[in-house]
Design a protein around this ligand. Structure first.
Ligand code: PMT
Length: 400
C-alpha cells in the first residue's frame, strides 16, 4: 500500500518555543507517511531541544546556521529549498512570522524560506496575547494572502499559565492539514453528504441492537472529500473517531435520528454517499427501565426502520446517489438488486467479515457496481484509498 508522502521531501522548520518538543512527533508522523524529513532550527529553539534529537530521528543533517564549519554544502539554504516538496513551520513564532511577512532573511531558516517555491504550512504557536497582537495578526494575514496555509493554533491552557488561543496543535492535525493542502481541489463548490458508522436501537436504557461498524470507511470518505475541496456534511452513528477537520459533523444514535438528520441536510446536496450500517429493524417498545432476568425466555418485537437510501432514491433528481452493500455471500447479485431497488447511480459492494475487509479494520475489499450493469473489482486497499477511488468514479459520473 502506498504511503501518502512516499518519495516526498518535507522540510520542517522548528522555531524557539516551549512547544518545540512536539515537533519531534510531527517529524515521526511525516516519516510514517513515507516522507524524507529535513529539519532547520533557529538559534533560539536549540535552548529547548538539541539538534541531535532531530538529526538522529530524521537521519539527516540539521541546518542551524548559514556559516556552519565542516558543512560540505555551502548553498544548503538554496539546495534544500529547491528539493522541498513542502515546508512546515512548527512552531511558528511571532519572530519568524514577522520576518517572513516582511521579507527579512537574516539567519539559516529565514534565508531558506526566502528561496522556497513549494507549499508552506505555518503553525503559529505562542502566548495568547502575543498571538492576538495586531502586528502578529497582520503578518499572518499577509502570509495567508501570499499563499501560505495557516493551521489555527489550539485553544486552552498555555505553558505560561494564560488561557486562550496559541497552543501548538495536535501533531496529527498538522500532518492532516498538510495532506489536505497538497491534494488537488477537484470537488470545490460541490456539496457532499456522507453517512458513517452503525446505528443503535435501544432495548432498554442499558442495552441495544447494533453492529460492529467503526465508522472508518465513512469517515475516510468524508476526510478525502474535504481534502479534495468539497463542502462535506458527515452524519454518523455512535463511533469513537474524532470529527474530521473542516467537516460539518452530526452525531446520531438511532436510525430514526439518522433519518431525520439526513432529510434535514440533503437539500441542495450534489452527492450522497451512504456508508453507514443502518439497522433494518428497531425494538417496537424499548423498556423505560433495565429489563430484569426473571424470565427464561424473552421475545422482542421489532418493527422495520425506514430504508433511508431507498427513500432518497425515490426523490432524487440530479443528485448522485451512492450506496454501500455489506455482504457475506452473493456479493454481486445482492448489490445489483440494491442498485436497482434503491435507484442508485453506483454501489460499493463490500465483502465483510474477512481479515483485510469489512468492519473495524483499516482496509477493505470492494467492488464498484454501476447502474449500466458494469462493475470493477478492486484489491485490498486502505479505506482512504477506497475513498479516493470512489471519489474519482463519482467525479466521472458527475461529468456525464
Ligand atoms: O465502519 P467500518 O468499520 O469502516 O465498516 C465499513 C462498512 C462495512 C460498514 C461499510 O463499508 C459498509 O459496507 N456499509 C454499508 C453497510 C450496510 O448497511 O449495508 P446494507 O446492505 O445493509 O445496506 C445497503 C445500503 O442501504 C447502505 O448504503 C445503507 O446505508 C443503506 N440503508 C440500509 C438500511 C436502512 N434502513 N437505511 C439505509 O439507508
Amino acid at each position: 500500500m502506498k504511503e501518502w508522502l512516499e518519495g516526498k521531501t518535507i522540510v520542517l522548520c522548528v522555531c524557539g518555543g516551549i512547544a518545540a518538543y512536539k515537533s519531534v512527533e510531527v517529524l515521526r508522523l511525516l516519516q510514517k507517511q513515507g516522507a524524507t524529513v529535513r529539519v532547520i532550527m533557529t538559534q533560539g529553539v536549540q535552548e529547548f531541544v538539541g539538534p541531535l534529537t532531530f538529526q538522529a530521528l530524521s537521519g539527516q543533517p540539521v541546518f542551524t546556521s548559514l556559516f556552519e564549519k565542516n558543512d560540505s554544502s555551502t548553498m544548503r539554504h538554496i539546495d534544500w529549498a529547491r528539493e522541498a516538496d513542502a515546508v512546515i513551520v512548527a512552531p511558528a513564532t511571532a519572530n519568524i512570522i514577522g520576518k517572513l511577512a516582511n521579507g527579512i532573511a537574516d539567519d539559516a531558516m529565514s534565508t531558506f524560506m526566502m528561496a522556497v517555491r513549494s507549499p508552506v504550512l505555518l503553525c503559529p504557536s505562542m502566548n495568547t496575547h502575543m498571538y492576538e497582537n495586531r502586528a502578529v495578526q497582520r503578518n499572518i494575514d499577509i502570509l495567508e494572502a501570499d499563499g501560505c496555509y495557516i493551521v489555527e493554533p489550539g485553544t486552552g491552557e498555555l505553558a505560561c499559565g494564560d488561557r486562550g488561543a496559541g497552543r501548538f496543535p495536535d501533531p496529527w492535525i498538522i500532518v492532516d492539514r498538510l495532506l489536505a493542502f497538497l491534494t488537488p481541489k477537484d470537488f470545490t463548490g460541490k456539496k457532499i453528504l456522507v453517512t458513517a458508522g452503525p446505528t443503535q436501537e435501544p432495548i432498554d436504557p442499558v442495552r441495544f441492537i447494533s453492529n460492529p461498524s467503526s465508522g472508518k470507511m465513512g469517515f475516510s470518505v468524508a476526510r478525502m472529500a474535504e481534502y479534495r475541496g468539497a463542502d462535506v456534511t458527515l452524519i454518523s452513528g455512535p463511533v469513537s473517531l474524532p470529527d474530521p477537520l473542516n467537516v460539518a459533523c452530526l452525531r446520531t444514535r438511532t436510525t430514526l435520528e439518522m433519518e431525520k438528520a439526513v432529510f434535514d441536510h440533503v437539500k441542495d446536496v450534489d452527492v450522497v454517499i451512504k456508508s453507514a450500517a443502518v439497522s433494518d429493524y428497531r425494538v417496537e417498545k424499548p423498556s423505560a427501565h433495565k429489563i430484569k432476568k426473571d424470565k427464561d425466555n424473552m421475545i422482542l418485537t421489532l418493527v422495520k426502520n425506514t430504508d433511508i437510501l431507498k427513500e432518497l432514491g425515490k426523490i432524487k433528481k440530479k443528485q448522485i446517489l451512492v450506496g454501500f452493500a455489506a455482504e457475506t455471500e452473493d456479493l454481486v447479485k445482492n448489490a445489483e438488486k440494491k442498485i436497482r431497488e434503491k435507484n442508485l447511480d453506483m454501489i460499493v459492494a463490500n465483502i465483510v467479515g474477512q481479515k483485510t475487509s469489512g468492519f473495524g479494520i483499516d482496509t477493505n475489499i470492494v467492488r464498484f457496481l454501476y447502474q449500466d450493469g458494469t462493475n470493477e473489482e478492486l484489491p485490498s486497499m486502505l479505506k482512504e484509498e477506497v475513498a479516493m477511488m470512489l471519489l474519482d468514479r463519482i467525479k466521472h459520473l458527475m461529468a456525464r
